[in-house]
Design a protein around this ligand. Structure first.
Ligand code: ZN
Length: 346
């Protein structure tokens, strides 16, 4: 290797070097990634990356992890799809508009019977030729593939190109050595040894935010501790004034009365509840009476006596039980329905 060594995960320059089995590898002090410096040639002719770990319970756990966070009708692309076993397990859980794969080994012949299209070229090439369109997939997957690559960063970059802006990236690798009792992994086909910090760092560098992660995922006896992640392209946070006010519990209700003019007004309602749907606030603190919150007046509980069939939103988690007891005791004839803010968060 010429020149300086750069950590493939975090781009730290000249990470520490350790020697295992006579071969040098890095030990990055910044992100704890390890990557081989001395790489033995490995014959991939008949080796399918991602082709191990075919126990039904393993495939089910992997497919469940993805499917619970995926809508029906997705377009999926699996890098290193091997014989298509994960694809098959996912098809049992979700409907896919298309499920394509990339596989170089002869396993692609089996995969071709289970997937829509199985490509036999690097993803970068497929994107450059137009065989795969940019921003065309809802889900891109790579299971036990990144650790075999010279340049996993280039692969993540290509996967991002293939992904729609709202899409999901699934990546699974051994977690560190891949086994909780083994201090290192000397699988000669593995060039990279990821951990939680280095895989999330690599993904973050390409704009991905990990939204779900799991360690201890069992591939097989040797790799019983695998690291499973789902990530999406990070977006700056934006308020959504309809998020809670669109909840089914309050649809069809013209205006609600909010009981509680405390800090949850700014922390929750201002960001996530349409204030035009608030009639007025109730608070027992007389110092707040006559003031405005979110442009709506704050009044005392006795205001409820001036009407009937109110829909009340209890805007407190800590005080919800005593507020409900107060309503039951003093205003039950005046109140149609009581909804807790916690219910809107479910
Ligand atoms: Zn690093």
């Amino acid at each position: 290797m010429n020149g300086r060594i750069v950590c493939a995960a975090c781009e730290a320059v000249d990470p520490e070097i350790v020697v295992i089995g006579g071969l040098r590898r890095t030990s990055c002090p910044s992100c704890h990634h390890s990557q081989r410096v001395d790489i033995e040639p490995f014959d991939y002719t008949n080796f399918a990356m991602g082709g191990t770990g075919l126990a039904p319970e393993r495939l089910a756990a992997q497919a469940d992890f993805i499917a619970t966070r995926l809508q029906d009708g997705a377009r999926a692309l699996e890098i290193g799809c091997a014989a298509g076993d994960l694809a098959q397990a996912l098809h049992q859980r979700r409907h896919f508009a298309t499920y394509d794969g990339v596989e170089f080994s002869p396993a692609r012949e089996s995969a071709a019977t289970r997937l829509n299209n199985v490509f036999n070229a690097p993803l970068e090439t497929l994107l450059a030729s137009g065989a795969i369109a940019a921003a065309s997939y809802d889900l891109v997957l790579s299971s036990h593939c990144l650790e075999h690559l010279d340049d996993p960063s280039a692969m993540i970059a290509a996967m991002r190109l293939a992904l729609k802006p709202e899409g999901l990236l699934f990546a699974e690798t051994p977690n560190r050595s891949g086994h909780s009792r083994l201090p290192f992994d000397d699988n000669r086909s593995h060039i990279h040894f990821f951990g939680v910090s280095s895989l999330t760092r690599l993904l973050a560098r390409h704009g991905f935010e990990v939204i779900a992660a799991e360690t201890g995922a069992r591939l097989d006896a040797r790799y019983s501790d695998s690291l499973r992640t789902l990530a999406k392209i990070h977006a700056a946070p934006a308020p959504d004034a309809m998020l809670l006010s669109n909840h089914p519990l309050v649809t069809g209700v013209d205006r609600v009365v909010v009981w509680g003019a405390g800090r949850m007004v700014e922390e929750m309602l201002e960001h996530y509840f349409d204030s035009s749907r608030i009639d007025f606030f109730i608070d027992k603190d007389a110092r707040k009476h006559g003031t405005l919150r979110l442009g709506r007046p704050v009044r005392g509980p006795e205001e409820l006596q001036k009407g009937s069939n109110w829909t009340l939103l209890v805007n407190s988690l800590e005080m919800e039980a005593p507020i409900r007891a107060d309503i039951d005791k003093n205003f039950s004839g005046r109140v149609g329905r009581v909804i807790g803010i916690g219910e809107l968060l479910q």
